[in-house]
Design a protein around this ligand. Structure first.
Ligand SMILES: *[C@@H]1O[C@H](CO)[C@@H](O)[C@H](O)[C@H]1NC(C)=O
Ligand SMILES: *[C@@H]1O[C@H](CO)[C@@H](O)[C@H](O)[C@H]1NC(C)=O
Ligand SMILES: *[C@@H]1O[C@H](CO)[C@@H](O)[C@H](O)[C@H]1NC(C)=O
Length: 462
């Protein structure tokens, strides 16, 4: 076993050197990861009418891992007619559920709606000949990185899901984490959001770690990880292409690693150790600080679904939570992915571990991963990013450059929500499993922006 590890190490040294040379030559290519920011105007979402609806029963069912249902995915949807304004308005209507368990329904109308912007017009598929791209999955356990941007924008829901902070008091997550399509989940009644913050912890975890505090390094962490992943991937070319079968069955395993089998765990640990273990805090440990949710918003497109065979429900698997009070953490802004070019790389961070974290005493660690998108439409992205059920609701983001400054600093924007593992119909009546993410379209952006800011005139442009 040790011999095996040594060999692995030697191979790494050899291949990493090669990979570095290659990436120096292809330096230009590296930049394709950064998208150009393009301004666009948005349709306005006007509130027509809000009325109370009967109080939910909170009997929605938690998602089972082997549910076995197949969603109407990209191919299935591309055969549907484009949505007209009436249907689109109905789907963009929404429900608000308050802390006291009551709810309202809101009807909206769209101003400046363009059929083409809502239609399932085009989709990109990554062809076999294209390089599949690299991917990586990293356990962020370093107390400094985990409580700093971008990893710190990932939050945990008391229902066991993940989410992302998109304003000081708003969290974007998956609708499935709150509502099963028919009713709210029992666990969503007293919903709370956990944000990781550093606290001095005494006793069991109170041992001091040496080293000095580095400043300004946290933003670079992600980049180091991505480069590390690239080197690694050149050794392990299978990673990106592996089917979902192995992954599917891993979710249920227990043990210390919780979500990974031992082999994967060790391999990741090597990476984690070499890249991230530069702990710099002295005696401080990340702990969850929980905040109550004041209200929850879910698009009607998700709720209609199961009662009326709504084939677009998977496109509307997102929800916005408003916290009772703002948190101090830096948030990640919402955006819309450029539609013109295929997405080459997405990132997301979440809490993969199982629901044992509910009492706030689990492993406080974020799992960060990046990968390429296998197939995408205006509304959905399929990928094989290695993610577990607890990551459902995590914010999928890309890195963008401002239009004007070619060499300027890039920024991150949340452009989707990780919706979990799904079986989808593909060509020829086959079913295939993918990790699916819901994409933020201009219309969804307009809706969420209106939820956050209240005034649609503040949401005319992105
Ligand atoms: C519940 O809260 C909402 C929003 O704060 C309020 O409008 C409504 O009247 C409350 N309902 C009850 C029954 O307390
Ligand atoms: C609708 O969108 C299409 C394609 O994006 C564009 O060519 C057209 O001008 C738009 N129409 C309106 C009324 O905005
Ligand atoms: C939904 O679809 C199934 C099978 O496609 C059908 O049996 C059922 O009647 C449909 N339900 C509604 C409400 O349309």
């Amino acid at each position: 076993m040790f011999a095996g590890m040594d060999l692995r190490y030697v191979m790494c040294v050899l291949f990493c050197a090669a990979a570095l040379t290659v990436s120096a030559v292809l330096g230009q290519n590296e930049r394709s990861d950064v998208y150009r920011w393009t301004r666009q105007s948005l349709p306005e979402l006007l509130v027509r009418h809000t009325a109370p609806v009967n109080t939910p029963l909170f009997i929605g069912k938690e998602e089972k891992e082997d549910k076995g249902t197949t969603i109407c995915g990209i191919e299935c949807q591309s055969s549907l007619p484009p949505m007209d304004q009436v249907k689109q308005e109905r789907i963009l209507g929404y429900e608000t559920m308050y802390e006291n368990g009551t709810r309202t329904h809101t009807d909206v109308s769209l101003l400046g709606f363009n059929m083409t912007s809502g239609a399932h017009t085009s989709f990109h598929t990554r062809r076999k000949r294209q390089v599949y791209g690299v991917d990586g999955r990293f356990v962020i356990s370093d107390s400094h990185f985990i409580t700093n941007y971008p990893f710190s924008a990932a939050v945990r829901l008391s229902t066991g899901c993940s989410g992302v902070l998109i304003s000081p008091k708003h969290v974007l997550t998956a609708a499935r984490c709150i509502h099963d399509g028919k009713d709210y989940l029992e666990s969503s009644r007293k919903l709370k959001v956990g944000v990781l913050q550093l606290k001095i912890k005494r006793g069991r975890f109170g041992r001091r770690r040496g080293g000095r505090r580095r400043s300004g390094g946290e933003e670079k962490a992600e980049e180091q990880l991505m480069e590390g992943g690239e080197e690694k991937n050149s050794i392990d070319g299978e990673r990106g292409r592996r089917g979902g079968a192995g992954r599917r069955h891993r979710g249920g395993r227990g043990g210390k690693e919780g979500v990974t089998d031992r082999f994967e765990g060790r391999r990741r640990k090597l990476r984690t150790l070499s890249r991230i273990r530069r702990s710099t805090e002295t005696g401080k440990q990340p702990v969850f600080r929980w905040t109550r949710v004041k209200q929850t918003r879910i698009p009607q497109g998700w709720i209609l679904s199961m009662s009326s065979n709504n084939s677009v429900s998977s496109d509307y698997n997102y929800a916005l939570l408003e916290l009772r009070r703002p948190v101090k953490q830096r948030y990640m802004e919402l955006g819309v992915a450029p539609a013109a070019a295929p997405l080459t790389r997405i990132h997301f961070s979440g809490f993969d571990a199982d629901k044992s974290l509910l009492d706030g005493h689990g492993d406080e660690k974020v799992i960060y991963r990046f990968c390429s998108v296998a197939k995408e439409s205006n509304d959905l992205m399929y990928q094989h990013c290695d993610a577990q059920p607890g990551a459902m609701g995590a914010g999928v983001y890309i890195r963008l450059r401002q239009e004007e400054e070619q060499k300027g600093k890039w920024q991150r924007r949340v452009i989707g929500v990780f919706a979990g593992h799904q079986w989808v119909d593909v060509e020829g009546g086959d079913e295939k499993d993918f990790n699916v993410a819901v994409r933020i379209t201009p219309l969804k952006y307009a809706q969420i922006c209106q939820w956050i800011r209240g005034d649609p005139s503040l949401c005319k442009e992105i």
